[in-house]
Structures are given as C-alpha cells and as structure tokens.
Design a protein around this ligand. Structure first.
Ligand code: SAM
Length: 270
C-alpha cells in the first residue's frame, strides 16, 4: 500500500484489523453460499474476509481506478470475486441484479461517509433482492437511524429504514482502527430486511421525506406545501388516519406512515 495516496474526496479510510473485519462479516450473517455486494472495495481487506466466508458470488464496486492493480494483486486468489469499477450511484440496479443472476444477495460494506445516506436510499429504493444490509457508518448517523419516536434523533431516515427492515446497531468502532484516521467514530448498522415491506417503499419514502421536510412545522403544513393540495383536504386525510393535523413528524410511529401513504394514494394526492 506504500505507493497509494488516499483520496479524501472518495472517503478512503481503510480497515486492516482482521478481528474487526471478521466481526463485520459475522454481524452480516454471511453464510457459506451467500452472494454479497460490497460497495467500496478499497484495498480489498473486507472483500478478502467475505471471500473466506462464502463461496457465493461477491461483486465489489470501487470508484477509484487507481486501486485496480492493488485489488487485482490482493484478490487474485479468489475466483468468486467480481470487481466492478464505477460509481455505485450511477450503476443501474438491473446491472447489479444481472451480475447475481437475479438471485438474492447481502450488502456488506465499509461505506464512504460522504455519500453513505444516498447509497442507503439507492439500495432500498432499487427494488433489488437484498436480504440484509450491514454497513459501517458514521456513529451519529447510526444513532439517528436506530432512534425511537419523540427523540431529537428520530428523523425521516429512522422511519424509512425501520419500515424496511429490523434495524440494529451491532457495534461501535473507534476512529483509531482506520487508516488514515477520520475525525469521527463509526458504528456498524445491520438491517435484516422484511421481505414483504419492499413493495411500496419508494412511495412511503417520498411521504416520509415530505413530512420531515421542515422539522418544526406541523404535518399538515409540510403536506400542504409538499403536495400542493388545499389544507382542508390534507387535514381530512390525516384525521381519517387517526393523525392530529397539528402533530409533528417525529411524534408518529412508523406504522402510521404506511397508513398515511395508503390514504394519500387512495385520495390520488401521490
Ligand atoms: N472496504 C475498504 C476497507 O474497509 O478498508 C474501503 C472502505 S473506504 C471507507 C470506502 C471506499 O469506497 C473507498 O475505497 C472509496 O474509493 C470507495 N468509494 C467512494 N465513493 C464511491 C462510489 N460512489 N462508488 C463506489 N465506491 C466508492
């Protein structure tokens, strides 16, 4: 690795601690035949541990072409790894599905922090057959995702991911374990996806984002603004769902957002 210049713009903070890398693979529940998508191969440290754990297909996406010779050297011994060079957000979900022959897969990654939220939304809105997502993220983001209603951390992302799967923080990881060392600590988030919840997640996600768009405003205000529908009609839908129009987004339980999305759809507002 001595000749490699780490690129801050790509969020390159690599891991080398074998015990931690094995712990990530174990938290992800990777079984001997599982297929895995990794986002951000880096120098291939996590990819190697994934390949030690499964004989299934491993597709590893990396944006930085400069890592290609390093990756080819480090991963050459594992025939089940496919390296894909490109920006994950620009790869069509169909291409990923095709690489796995449309079979389900797990996502395991130490994500680049600068785009970890867009990557998570890309995954959950892709319609891909994902069994679980286990990712290293900035600690504060994980704390927000696992937050409960009526707390300051509870936000749109906690609602949406909580509806998509069973969300748990599996461990905290100190910044000292990364090279170069970032300015923040990390945690591992695991999402065990509910198979029946993938349907409709794009619409639910749209409604939730709208409800949280201005945190200090009421649900009624955010929906009037976001949908461009008269207040009386928005309030009628809210009341029918048993939601007080003057309530704020952070006070609603996740399940209420499903009812609200269905009601807004029936009223042809979305
Ligand atoms: N997996 C390695 C490890 O754990 O040591 C590297 C993790 S590092 C935090 C994130 C990796 O994601 C970097 O190698 C970076 O180049 C890559 N990356 C950044 N943006 C990306 C994108 N849009 N698509 C694919 N990979 C990306």
């Amino acid at each position: 690795m001595e000749k490699f210049n780490f690129k801050k713009k790509y969020g390159q903070n690599f891991l080398t601690d074998t015990n931690l890398l094995r712990a990530i693979v174990s938290d992800a529940g990777v079984g001997a035949r599982d297929n895995v998508l990794e986002i951000g191969a880096g120098a291939g440290a996590l990819t190697t541990q994934l390949a030690e754990a499964t004989s299934g297909k491993i597709v590893s996406v990396e944006i930085d072409r400069e890592l290609q010779p390093i990756l080819e050297k480090n991963l050459g011994a594992y025939p089940n790894i496919q390296l894909v060079f490109g920006d994950i957000l620009k790869i069509a979900p169909e291409e990923i599905a095709a690489r796995f022959n449309n079979e389900p897969f797990r996502v395991v990654a130490n994500l680049p922090y600068y785009i970890s939220t867009p990557i998570i939304f890309y995954l959950i809105e892709s319609g891909l057959a994902i069994k679980s997502i286990t990712v290293m993220l900035q600690q504060e983001l994980v704390d927000r995702i696992v937050a409960v209603p009526n707390t300051k951390d509870y936000g749109g992302i906690s609602v949406i991911l909580g509806l998509y799967g069973r969300v748990t923080k599996t461990r905290d990881v100190p910044r000292t374990l990364f090279t170069p060392q970032p300015n923040v600590d990390s945690s591992i988030l695991s999402i065990e996806i509910f198979p029946d919840r993938q349907e409709g997640i794009v619409e639910i996600s749209k409604v939730v984002k709208m409800c949280f768009s201005m945190r200090r405003k009421t649900l009624s205000n955010n929906l009037v603004h976001g949908l461009g529908v008269p207040r009386a009609e928005v309030d009628k839908v809210l009341t029918e769902c048993g939601i007080e129009p003057s309530a704020r987004a952070e006070s609603l339980l996740r399940e209420k957002y499903i009812a609200l999305t269905t009601a807004l759809k029936n009223a042809k507002f979305i």
